[in-house]
Design a protein around this ligand. Sequence first.
Ligand SMILES: [Zn+2]
Length: 245
Amino acid sequence: MIYKIFGITFYKKDLINENVLCPICNWSGNKFAMFGLIARDALCPKCGSLERHRLSYFYLLSKINLFASKSIKVLHFAPEKSITSIFKMFKNIEYISCDIEPEKAMCVQDITNITFDDNTFDIIFCSHVLEHIEDDSKAMTELFRVLHPQGIAILQVPFGKIHPFDKTELTTTFEDFTITAPEEREKAFGQEDHVRLYEKNDFVKRLKDSGFNVIEEKIMEAFKDEFQIKYGLSADDIIFAVTKQ
Ligand SMILES: [Zn+2]
């Protein structure tokens, strides 16, 4: 049996025996491994993918032109092993990973001061990075600069819904750069190395202020419940695809 997501054909034979399946590395089992501060079944024990990475897999497959003769230049910030393996599936991709820490990627880049030329990359993948960066406006401006005019940048950040201290609804991004101690940052922003708690509409505004056209990809709507469970996806995960036009 076959099914289609975003016009891509998948075979359904994987739905027969095992409860869950990682679409990236094909690991299957009864459930994903426990992960997170509030522990949940989320982690692929083989490739390390989480819900958001598996969602990105389906999204990237729908966006990368397998049959393009032209090579596609990809820049991957703070590379996750599972996402790297997706890009390596494609022969027509010129892949570069980068990180602020030299041992974590192919090259060192400060996202607020990228050394690549303007208009270089067809795809930029930057997931759960911007919440670590104090000057996120400069980072967004740099991503805009190095993106090809017809390119697409795929950005993900975690969102807050409740203000960490007064517990009211979060109406804009919460940031306070005087909070620097790891344990205080964890209380305020949810993780000891985060510098803010983004509110979704404000994140979109910041991207637009940096020049981007912002598309919120409602990719989860393409998945029936059985596939959300099978592939360990989360309705909370959102993919923002940003372009220069
Ligand atoms: Zn996996």
